[in-house]
Design a protein around this ligand. Structure first.
Ligand SMILES: Cc1cc2nc3c(=O)[nH]c(=O)nc-3n(C[C@H](O)[C@H](O)[C@H](O)COP(=O)(O)OP(=O)(O)OC[C@H]3O[C@@H](n4cnc5c(N)ncnc54)[C@H](O)[C@@H]3O)c2cc1C
Ligand code: FES
Length: 454
């Protein structure tokens, strides 16, 4: 994903300003101030001005939507408060600047950056401490929200990963393609955790939860007490049980370490076979092509991504990849992986020095199961993301919640959903009683084509 180009839209709001008549109530207008894009939003009779570049990947907020309450980014739907610029829903975390607005003879002018301010209601009930199991999308967003909401008690993230929370979706996109700098990947720099007093225990696994004692047991022998516990253990790739699946050139992709290992291996390979035509499998195909590898995709279905996108869009995605040289072997499964080839069940052999297995994920529910929490093809939660055990919440890929749109209990594996659930769970841990109501959304990127799905 690239930043917006820096072409500025609309009037210079510091010099010519904008006519109030051009900003309808509930509407927005894109302009700029001192070389930065700015968006004017009219809400409840007042006009507010905020920075026009989304703090997630730089999406143009002036081309977004004001829904009467919040300003939404057109790219991945982060939302901002026009009054303060605060990013209130992920995937953006940082605020955009808020500007001082002046009215003169029916025109609106921007007069400099305003003082950052955030209005926060007092915390209804603060637990003695919060322990978060999982340092991914949901776990990080929950920790950040706890501090943003003003919670002062101890916050600990225990993560089995050896990297601090990072931009996981980018592992199959720009980072794998080699077009993202490594500095883009961490969600926050290391010093942020110390400044925010968030204890980050990396490469540590929670082995057990003891709800009766409000305790978790770690793999280094320690136990941590919790006032509130958030389970955000995510999902793990489904492992293929076929001969050769354990060979060193065969990879799965979930973590930063997996990605580094694929990048390292791709430097010594010319041909790659991707097993699975899911979003991740095809993003990997799109990212390895510019590295000069010849890519073949093997998958059992007839059309890539047909289940989610339907046959027409699935066909479009296939053609897009074929135009970039990717060859498909649909309706096929892999029987065996050798040192330099992959043998399909039908007997054909595909030469490959690198194999990526992307055949789906399974939610990591073992901890919850062993602790006796109610499961329902995931961890069962209510609309406040509470599990069946007192003081324990769950969010992200593991959580199955009552979805207000379909009327069904659903579990999804999307980055923005996981982050927003982490945010909602954090507010509920503090007693705010906020039902999780976001519509599931994900995006996927293939070459210069981005697919957004709501
Ligand atoms: C390569 C890739 C690309 C993706 N691209 C997109 C995309 O473009 N758009 C999109 O919407 N979604 C995308 N996704 C999906 C998205 O990343 C996930 O839905 C999201 O990360 C889920 O967040 P989570 O917090 O539930 O879990 P995760 O982000 O997986 O985090 C789980 C954390 O729990 C830790 N953990 C697990 N068990 C334990 C334990 N016992 N003790 C301690 N720690 C534990 C793990 O180490 C990890 O830190 C992608 C996923 C991958 C792998
Ligand atoms: S660029 Fe705005 S939400 Fe991603």
């Amino acid at each position: 994903m690239s930043d917006t180009d820096d072409a500025l839209e609309g009037p210079d709001l510091g010099v010519e300003g904008a006519s109030l008549a051009d900003i309808p109530e509930g509407g927005l207008l894109a302009g700029h101030f001192e070389g930065e894009s700015v968006v004017l939003v009219r809400k409840g009779g007042s006009v507010y001005a905020v920075g026009g570049k989304c703090t997630h990947y730089g999406g143009p907020l002036g081309q977004g939507l004001f829904d009467g309450e919040l300003l939404r980014c057109p790219w991945h739907h982060a939302c901002y408060k026009p009054e303060t610029g605060e990013a209130v829903c992920a995937p953006a975390i940082d605020p955009v600047p808020s500007f001082v607005v002046e009215h003169q003879g029916g025109r609106v002018f921007v007069r400099g950056v305003g003082k950052p301010h955030v209005d926060r209601a007092p915390i209804p009930s603060a637990p003695a401490s919060v322990v978060i199991v999982g340092g991914g999308a949901a776990g990080f967003a929950a920790a950040e929200t706890l501090r943003r909401e003003g919670y002062q008690g101890p916050v600990t993230i225990v993560s089995a990963d050896d990297s601090a929370p990072y931009d996981r979706p980018n592992l199959s996109k720009d980072y794998l393609a080699g077009t993202a700098q490594s500095g883009w990947m961490p969600l926050r720099p290391p010093e942020w955790y110390a400044d925010a007093r968030i204890e980050l225990l990396l490469a540590k696994r929670v082995l057990a939860i003891i709800p009766a004692k409000r305790q978790v047991r770690l793999d280094d022998g320690r136990s941590l007490e919790y006032g509130a516990l958030l389970l955000a253990t995510g999902a793990s790739p489904v492992r293929l049980d076929i001969p050769g699946a354990g060979l060193p050139h065969v990879h799965y992709l979930r973590t930063m370490r997996d990605c580094e290992s694929i990048i390292d291996h791709s430097r010594r390979a010319q041909r790659v076979v991707v097993v699975g035509a899911s979003f991740i499998g095809l993003e990997v195909a799109a990212s390895l092509t510019p590295r000069g590898l010849s890519v073949q995709v093997v998958a059992p279905g007839a059309i890539p991504m047909e289940r989610v996108l339907g046959p027409e869009l699935g066909g479009f995605v296939r053609t897009l990849h074929e135009e970039h040289g990717v060859r498909f072997h649909m309706g096929q499964t892999v029987g065996e992986i050798g040192e330099r080839s992959v043998t399909l069940e039908g007997g054909s052999r595909l030469e490959a020095e690198l194999v990526i297995l992307g055949v789906g994920v399974r939610p990591n529910v073992q901890l919850a199961e062993e602790a006796g929490l109610s499961l329902d093809r995931g961890v069962q939660v209510d609309e406040y993301l509470r599990t069946s055990a007192e003081g324990i919440w769950a969010a992200g890929d593991i959580a199955r919640w009552p979805d207000r749109y379909s009327g069904e209990r659903i579990r999804v594996e999307h980055w923005v959903v996981a982050e927003r659930q982490g945010q909602t769970a954090a507010r509920n841990i503090l007693g705010r009683r906020e039902a999780f109501q976001a519509a599931p959304f994900f995006w996927s990127q293939h070459y210069d084509v981005v697919i957004n799905h709501v």
